[in-house]
Ligand binder design. Structure first.
Ligand SMILES: Nc1ncnc2c1ncn2[C@@H]1O[C@H](COP(=O)(O)OP(=O)(O)O)[C@@H](O)[C@H]1O
Ligand SMILES: [Mg+2]
Length: 364
């Protein structure tokens, strides 16, 4: 069944040779990913990645593929000697196809590599920072504003906070009582957390290409040297603020606990991991960001943490419709974790600013 489907998709994308084998890759969490291998005429084996896009998550896959085309072609043109992603085209020149069931497919080059789902190894964290910094640097001269905003207002923190407080005022489900402290905290930091996105809306920061899913498992690493090879998972590439990509990466990597850790005493922002990520990121992005952007990295980390806290809390107040919950109050637990993290970031902000400054100096 799957064999036939993949053979058919391969044919549409004009992959050369005889279909030889396929493997299901299970470590993504959104799309269905397969490694397929073809035997070419000279007997050599060549592999590709075939992906079926999850269209219940991504409603506008054609816009996504247009964004991906722009970004990958820019990188391929300017960095021809580096490992990069290349998406194949069908006979009618598209980098995607629909099958008879209406499923949405794409094909790219396979990069022999490993990924890390979670990691405590500072060298890997630094290499992850390097990969995302390099990605930003490669696209520094690309006009982000030509990309589709495939998830409109994704990181418009001040709008998200406005919406939260509208829903607090409405208190439709009567849940406010169970989260007064959380509402109060977010209310106290509302202005601070919304500041950067407000300035971005006013045109104060460059419109960058942002990745928006800067997790370690979206970087491919060399199996032996553990050097970063290439950034993948470009489905959420959009115009945005460079420092929010940075902030979201460290928000996730430097958290000492899971995003739904019920015991907030376990939640800390790990400064050693922050230093490691900064070392890789700032070394690679070197010179591509403005002083204003560099000065905002720590505030962006705080802002995106509050943004996520407010999204969890808003979902809790309005009936858990967006984030999947495993038990009642799951979204409130997630809110508390992010708030705890934000508080720790605030407590440590001078140290974090200092780490950023020192790291920049080292790379000057
Ligand atoms: N070009 C590629 N070469 C090798 N492995 C890949 C490639 N693209 C994706 N993968 C593997 O498949 C996994 C899922 O792919 P990804 O694009 O991140 O999908 P998802 O959106 O489901 O996370 C990755 O974590 C990686 O292990
Ligand atoms: Mg992924």
């Amino acid at each position: 069944m799957m064999f036939e489907k993949l053979t058919d998709v391969g044919k549409q994308f004009r992959l050369k040779g005889q279909f030889y084998a396929y493997d299901t890759i299970k470590n993504g969490n959104i799309n269905s990913t397969y490694k397929v291998t073809y035997k070419e005429d000279d007997g050599s084996l060549k592999s590709y990645i075939i992906q079926k896009i999850n269209t219940s998550v991504f409603h506008n896959p054609e816009d996504i593929m247009e964004n991906i085309d722009h970004v990958t072609e820019h990188i391929r043109e300017h960095y021809p000697d580096e490992i990069s992603l290349h998406f194949h085209h069908t006979a009618d020149g598209k980098n995607y196809m629909y099958d008879d069931d209406g499923s949405f497919w794409r094909v790219m080059n396979y990069v022999d590599s490993i990924t890390f789902d979670t990691c405590d190894d500072l060298a890997i964290i630094s290499a992850t920072g390097e990969a995302f910094g390099h990605f930003q640097m490669q696209l520094a001269d690309f006009d982000g504003s030509i990309l589709h905003e495939t998830i409109p207002e994704f990181h418009n923190t001040h709008n998200r906070l406005d919406k939260l407080f509208d829903d607090v005022a409405a208190n439709k489900l009567g849940r406010n009582e169970s989260c007064e402290a959380e509402i109060e905290y977010i209310s106290a930091v509302r202005y601070k957390a919304g500041q950067l996105s407000e300035r971005y809306s006013n045109g104060d920061f460059p419109v960058r290409v942002t990745h928006n899913d800067t997790k370690a498992n979206n970087v491919l690493f060399d199996r032996i040297t553990k050097r970063p090879l290439v950034v993948i998972d470009l489905d959420t590439v959009m115009p945005g603020m460079a420092m929010y990509d940075f902030g979201d990466a460290v928000r996730f990597i430097c958290n000492t606990a899971a995003e739904d850790e019920p015991d907030v005493r376990r939640v800390y922002f790990d400064t050693s991991k922050f230093r490691a990520f900064c070392k890789g990121y700032l070394g690679a992005v070197h010179g591509a960001l403005t002083k204003d952007e560099l000065d905002s990295l720590v505030l962006a980390t705080f802002s995106i943490t509050i943004e996520l806290a407010s999204r969890f809390l808003d979902d809790y107040l309005t009936g858990d419709k967006y984030f999947k919950v495993n038990y009642p109050g799951h979204n409130l637990i997630r809110t508390r974790t992010q708030i705890q993290l934000a508080k720790d970031i605030m407590r440590k902000h001078e140290e974090l600013e200092w780490i950023v400054e020192e790291t920049i100096k080292e790379h000057r």
